[in-house]
Design a protein around this ligand. Structure first.
Ligand code: NAD
Length: 342
């Protein structure tokens, strides 16, 4: 596996001048052997585990001591702050809840950027779902740093925004989809690293485009879930069962992921959150957060986005009413008062 990894890292030879110089002084593989991982929650702990299984030398940090203990009990190196992780890592991956957490971990006291220069990691990958504006702010702060031992050469570290789709089961199975923004050469160099955590990586463009792709995806997913739920409830009120309506949607123009893969009506489909009391899926709080990000982004560029606002209000209300931990498809039951299928 290590040989395989070293081979793929030959893509570093194609990096632009500033990054290529990092690789010229020692073996290529040494520039991605040591991976720091920060944010070991539902997603991050599983992603870090997959890198450990693949043989990477991983050091971790989280503010939650119980999750840290799980890693130290396995003999994994744990660090007391993001700065300590950065001091020993070639690459650092962050998987945190929201923009404020990410900003704090990068630019806060004892943060990854150590309040300035120089830093050791040549690559920072943020897989959190955050807004593109915050991503670009951090990317710019990173590009203002120099690399340790490269002070004479103005070599700068780089950042990739690489949020994921697929949820906890895909994080566990290593089958996530990564949407990646940032320098394309860095993306090519990191592709192999992604392959141990995911099965698809899609390059989106310059810095912030991965974050943009993720919030657009989740906006469309929220609106389609609301549309399908509203239609099922209307159908139930008009005397059509959700099972019949699902068959029709799935062979007609209304077919979508919310109707054919993640149906929100309890009793229509097995193995989805609606079949287990909306437990164990994508929490409504995370959906509300992502819609807030989409709404703020739309506002910032002056885009008229009525469905974003409406969806944000509905999911915020769901959370306020105590359903924040339930899968977001619970909107069918809790917001629309839809009925279970018998
Ligand atoms: P989580 O809340 O389970 O985990 C976040 C972790 O970050 C926690 O362990 C927390 O202690 C840690 N953390 C918070 N602040 C920190 C700090 N300052 N320093 C160090 N650690 C800190 O969240 P999650 O479900 O793993 O999601 C992480 C990100 O992935 C979010 O942005 C989410 O929107 C996104 N995402 C989640 C899913 C999902 O299904 N859960 C799917 C796709 C994307």
């Amino acid at each position: 596996m290590a040989i395989c990894r070293a081979r793929s890292l030959l893509t570093l030879a194609k990096l632009p001048h500033s990054i290529r110089r990092i690789s010229s002084s020692s073996t290529i593989s040494s520039h991605m052997e040591k991976v720091g991982f920060i944010g070991l929650g539902n997603m991050g702990s599983r992603m870090a585990n997959n890198l450990i299984k693949a043989g990477y030398n991983v050091a971790v940090h989280d503010i939650n001591l119980s999750v840290i203990k799980m890693f130290s009990d396995k003999g994994i190196s744990v660090k007391g702050s993001p700065m300590e992780v950065a001091e020993i890592s070639d690459v650092v991956i962050t998987m945190l809840p929201s923009p404020s957490h990410v900003l704090n971990v990068y630019t806060g006291p004892n943060g990854l950027l150590n309040s300035g220069n120089p830093v050791k990691p040549w690559l920072f990958i943020d897989s959190s779902t955050i807004d593109p504006q915050t991503t670009r702010k951090i990317s710019s702060a990173i590009s203002n740093c120099t690399l340790i031992d490269k002070k004479d050469h103005r070599v700068t570290p780089v950042m990739l925004d690489a949020p994921v789709s697929g949820g906890v089961p895909a994080a566990e199975a290593g089958t996530l989809t990564f949407m990646v923004g940032g320098p394309e050469e860095a993306y090519k160099a990191a592709k192999h690293l992604f392959s141990y955590m995911g099965k698809n990586t899609i390059y989106c463009g310059s810095s912030g485009t991965g974050s943009a792709a993720k919030i657009c995806n989740n906006l469309a997913m929220a609106v389609s879930m609301l549309g399908v739920s509203e239609a099922f409830v209307l159908g139930q009120s008009l005397g059509i069962t959700a099972t019949t309506l699902t068959k029709i949607f799935n062979s007609s123009s209304a077919r979508c992921w919310s109707s054919d893969t993640y149906n929100p009506v309890p009793g229509v489909m097995d193995g989805v959150p609606s079949s287990r009391n909306y437990d164990g899926g994508f929490a409504s709080t995370l959906m509300a957060k992502d819609l807030n990000l989409a709404s703020a982004s739309a506002k910032e560029i002056g885009l008229n986005s009525p469905l974003t606002s409406e969806a944000k209000d509905i999911f915020t209300k769901l959370c306020d009413e105590g359903h924040g931990k339930k899968d977001f498809s619970c909107v069918f039951r809790e917001f629309y008062s839809g009925k279970d299928e018998l």
